[in-house]
Ligand binder design. Sequence first.
Ligand code: SIN
Length: 282
Amino acid sequence: MSTSAAAPNESETITIAPLSPTVGAVIGGVRMSGDVSAGQVAEIRRALLDWKVVFFRDQDVNIEEHIAFGALFGELEIHPFATNLEGHPEVVVIHHDEGSLFGQNGWHSDVTWRLEPSMGSILRARIVPPVGGDTLFCDMNAAYEGLSDDIKEKIEGMTAVHSYTRVFGGGASEDEREAMREKYPDARHPVVRTHPETGAKSLYVNAAFVSHLEGVDAVEGNRLLRRLYRQASIPEYQCRFRWQKESVAFWDNRAVQHYAAFDYKPATRRVERVTIVGDTPV
Ligand code: SIN
């Protein structure tokens, strides 16, 4: 059972329209370009915990307002490897067009290679393809709960090793990679993490950043990881968001994974993200 199925959808200043029974809701009544009150921030936080990812439409914000909105929810991180917006290092730019070979189309949650992976990500659409380019989100609490008791028992207390080198730093020299590895050592996180605010358990492994399971035979570990990765691709645990210009998505990396469908070539898609610092997964 997912924890949020019975979550109330009533708030003082925002409206909440669910996209699926447990994951994803569109929020109305928020104007990110204006003053967002402390009360409204608290309501958005509550909705994020209940729905794991929330969406906002028609937010005609500039980059400063995007950053300011993110900062209402915590300290913003600077991604050391991604393309950051000139003059605004806390903004990650994700741009794909006809020349792109891939497009964030792998299930993951953000920066799990950090010792303290991000709490949340706030993504704003700048260029939306005429069709396609949706982002899918998977409720990783539901994905965990959907495992058999045997597998749950097997992975209880297991640790996965996460490394940025699986995605970033391909063009760097061995010396540069070594220096980066010292700065960003492999991170060891529980395979099943407990959400620090809701107490819900979720599956916390992804093919983008996990290199192996600690202390498990490589063949057996890879087989188990492949089995666990499959959980994110089960439609019953997902919602899917169709972007429009000025749409914003705010997801809880402790509770969901996401996948950006790369089905829009040769069209262009550009989104910008601010990411909120999180804590050590337990
Ligand atoms: C991301 O992976 O953080 C971006 C997702 C997207 O482009 O929809």
